[in-house]
Design a protein around this ligand. Structure first.
Ligand code: NAP
Length: 295
C-alpha cells in the first residue's frame, strides 16, 4: 500500500470560515498551488454557525494557523475578532483574508484586489482616470468602489435599487478620497444620463446569477450600453449573464467574475506565503481553475 504523505507532522494549515462552504472551490485552488510549489500547507473549509464565529477564531489562533479566508456571511462580523485590519479593509467594511503573524491576526480584503487584477489582466487597462458606473450597493459594490477610488478613478457613480445604500458608499468615498461620486436610483432617467457618460460599467448585484438566469439589473431602467464601454459583471455563474450578453451585442468589451474569484485567492495566497506567482504559472492555473468551476 502506498503511504499518503501529503500531510505530515510539519504541515501547517490554512482555513476557510463561512456558511455554506460546500460549494467553495478555494480548497482546490489553494491546495493545487501548494502542491505545485511544494509548500507544506493544507487548506481546509469549515462551516461555522453565526454564534460560533468568535470561538472558531479563538480556535484557529490557538492552533497557530497560517491564516484563513472568510466568506459569506462573516466578512463584516469577522473584523471585530481580529487584532488589526488594513485601512483598506475597514473602508470596504469587509475582510476575506486573515494572516496570523506571531499570534496576532491581521485582516485584509482581497476581493477588490481580485477585481482590479482581473480587470487589468482582461482589459489591458486600469481604473485610473476612468468614469465608473457601479450597479448595486451591497458588499461587492462597496469594496469595488473603494478600490476604484484608491486606484484613482475620475468619477464613481453608484446606482442602486435602494438609493440610501448607494448614498452610504458615496459618503465613504467623499469623506476619504478626492474622486467625484454621485448616486442614483437605478430606474431614474438621471441614472441613464450618468450611465452614458461612463467608460466602465460594473454589475455588483446578484441579478442574473444562476438560477435567476435571463434577468439583468438593467431590466426596467433606461440605461443602454454603447460600444467602447468596458462592462464587468462580478457574477461568474453563468459565465455570460443577460447583462454581459446585452453589452456584447452593443459592441462593448465584456468581462465576467471568474477572474475576480481567481485573483482574490491568488492575492490571499501571496499574503500568507509572500510568494509571487509567475505570469506563466498564473496563466496555466487560471485555465485549470475555470475547469473546476464547471460553469
Ligand atoms: P449583497 O451585499 O447582498 O448586495 C447585493 C446588492 O444587489 C444589493 O445592492 C441589492 O439591492 C442588489 N440587487 C439584488 N438583486 C437586484 C436586482 N434584481 N436589481 C437591482 N439590484 C439588485 O451581496 P454582495 O456580497 O455584494 O454580492 C453581490 C454579487 O456579487 C453576488 O452575485 C456575489 O456572488 C457576487 N460576488 C462575486 C465575487 C467574485 O469573486 N466574482 C465576489 C464577491 C461577490 P437591495 O439592497 O435593494 O436589495
Amino acid at each position: 500500500m502506498q503511504i499518503d504523505d501529503r500531510i505530515t507532522g510539519t504541515t501547517r494549515f490554512v482555513g476557510l470560515l463561512g456558511n455554506p462552504v460546500e460549494h467553495s472551490v478555494s480548497p482546490q485552488l489553494h491546495n493545487t498551488i501548494s502542491s505545485y510549489l511544494n509548500v507544506d500547507f493544507v487548506y481546509i473549509p469549515f462551516k461555522v454557525e453565526k454564534e460560533d464565529l468568535e470561538s472558531a477564531v479563538k480556535g484557529l489562533r490557538a492552533l497557530n494557523v497560517v491564516g484563513f479566508n472568510v466568506t459569506i456571511p462573516f466578512k463584516k462580523d469577522i473584523i471585530k475578532y481580529l487584532d488589526e485590519n488594513t485601512k483598506q479593509a475597514l473602508l470596504m467594511g469587509a475582510v476575506n483574508t486573515v494572516k496570523n503573524i506571531d499570534g496576532r491576526l491581521y485582516g485584509y480584503n482581497t476581493d477588490a484586489e481580485g477585481f482590479a487584477r482581473s480587470f487589468r489582466e482582461e482589459t489591458g487597462t486600469g481604473l485610473k482616470g476612468k468614469r465608473i458606473f457601479i450597479i448595486g450597493a451591497g458588499g461587492a459594490a462597496r469594496a469595488i468602489a473603494v478600490k476604484a477610488a484608491i486606484d484613482g478613478a475620475d468619477s464613481i457613480y453608484i446606482a442602486a435599487r435602494t438609493k440610501s445604500k448607494a448614498d452610504d458608499i458615496a459618503g465613504i468615498l467623499n469623506d476619504n478620497f478626492g474622486c467625484n461620486s454621485e448616486t442614483y436610483a437605478l430606474a431614474d432617467e438621471q441614472a441613464a444620463d450618468a450611465f452614458n457618460e461612463c467608460d466602465v460599467v460594473i454589475n455588483t448585484t446578484s441579478a442574473g446569477m444562476s438560477p435567476q438566469q435571463g434577468v439583468s439589473p438593467l431590466d426596467g431602467t433606461q440605461c443602454r450600453f454603447s460600444s467602447g464601454q468596458i462592462v464587468y459583471d462580478v457574477i461568474y455563474n453563468p459565465p455570460v449573464t443577460k447583462f454581459l450578453n446585452d453589452a456584447a451585442m452593443a459592441g462593448c468589451k465584456t468581462v465576467n467574475g471568474i477572474g475576480m474569484l481567481f485573483y482574490q485567492g491568488i492575492s490571499a495566497y501571496e499574503i500568507w506565503t509572500g510568494i509571487k506567482l509567475s505570469p506563466e504559472m498564473l496563466k496555466e492555473l487560471y485555465q485549470s481553475f475555470k475547469g473546476i468551476l464547471k460553469v
